[in-house]
Design a protein around this ligand. Structure first.
Ligand code: FDP
Length: 327
């Protein structure tokens, strides 16, 4: 007997029908999946074809652009355009908002098509992160910069591992794996583990002495209780936290010996990094906050590439560090 697993398409069909929704969301998801598969192909063949190096220019964040960043951006914008369902998109790789189908579109898509750039030259895991919000169908449209709490879905592909995690508003966080036909199948609901023995802590230890003193003290007092893991790719590191529980953090950098290197607003981008993992985390029973202990999903972006500090993971652990953040 052949064992057939439920496909992502069937899972989404069930979901849309259960909540009496249109199929427009399926068309958008199909576009994102096509983009992710296409990016994965370029990534897997990147070393052979010489695509894992620098492109030779600098992006809006002042970072060197990689050849793969450009490829991933071009692919994603192509598929979003072809879907006909997107009003505009915000991408890490584009300074300005990208108009797509401004009259007929239905969704806003906020994405980083290749996150975790330090892994790229090595062909190690990177992420394709996205958040989706819907046009205001009743009444006038607002500023299009939605807070995470207003996303209807958020997800991440960990490239090139063949895993995809998707969170749907009030309907859980689900992980899919690739089958032999390259379809994403077998949805598994992700609920953050309550078993503290499995919990992991994830942050860049090279920065620890640059964090606020109360954060440094919290680390001192708590780090030995948990396993430590850090890949340097938000999607990969958060993927582990969703599986095992614990906390990923990228705190504000406020004590760098070279003050120019301080990042009082954190490093990660709110709309297409922090809010995306915060949304997935909430649907899996967890929570995320910024450096002031404010829930990440409540942060209203004022501009597309806004940065934020991030503490995301199991609620008891994030609540615990939030207590010292508030002091
Ligand atoms: P990167 O700069 O390598 O693209 O947002 C970017 C991000 O990666 C995250 O994916 C990752 O969690 C973090 O930054 C890594 O930053 P550090 O190199 O400072 O640890």
């Amino acid at each position: 007997m052949i064992r057939f697993e439920q496909t992502l398409t069937n899972f989404l069909l069930d979901h849309q029908e259960k909540y009496n929704r249109t199929y427009n969301f399926l068309i958008l998801m199909d576009a994102l999946i096509s983009a992710a598969k296409h990016i994965e192909h370029y990534y897997l063949t990147g070393a052979l074809k010489g695509n894992l190096g620098l492109a030779g220019n600098v992006n809006v964040q002042g970072e060197d652009v990689l050849r793969m960043d450009q490829i991933a951006q071009e692919i994603t914008v192509h598929y979003l355009r072809a879907s006909g369902r997107v009003i505009h998109a915000i991408s890490e790789e584009s300074e300005k908002i990208i108009p797509i189908n401004t009259e007929g579109g239905r969704y806003f898509v906020y994405f980083d098509p290749l996150d975790g750039s330090s892994n790229v030259p090595h062909g190690l895991p990177v992420g394709f992160l996205f958040g989706i919000a819907k046009r205001n169908l009743e009444g006038s449209e607002d500023g299009h910069l939605r807070a995470g709490k207003d996303y209807i879905a958020a997800g991440m592909f960990v490239i090139p591992t063949g895993t995809f995690t998707l969170a749907l508003k009030d309907a859980g966080t689900w992980r899919f794996h690739t089958d032999e036909t390259m379809d994403f199948v077998k949805p598994v609901r992700m609920i953050l583990s309550e078993d503290t023995k499995e919990w992991e802590l994830s942050f860049n230890p090279a920065h620890r002495h640059t964090y606020a003193k109360n954060v440094q003290n919290w680390i001192e007092q708590n780090e030995r209780k948990y396993v430590f893991r850090y890949l340097g790719s938000l999607a990969g590191d958060f993927h582990r936290i969703l599986s095992n529980g614990g906390m990923f953090m990228y705190p504000a950098i406020v004590n760098d010996p070279n003050p120019k290197k301080n990042r009082p607003h954190g490093k990660l981008r709110l709309m297409y990094e922090a809010a995306v993992v915060a949304f997935m985390c909430r649907e899996a029973g967890g929570i995320a906050v910024d450096e002031t202990g404010t829930p990440t999903l409540d942060l209203q972006p004022k501009e597309p590439h806004q940065r934020t500090a991030l503490y995301v993971g199991s609620k008891p652990l994030v609540d615990d560090i939030a207590r010292v953040l508030l002091r």
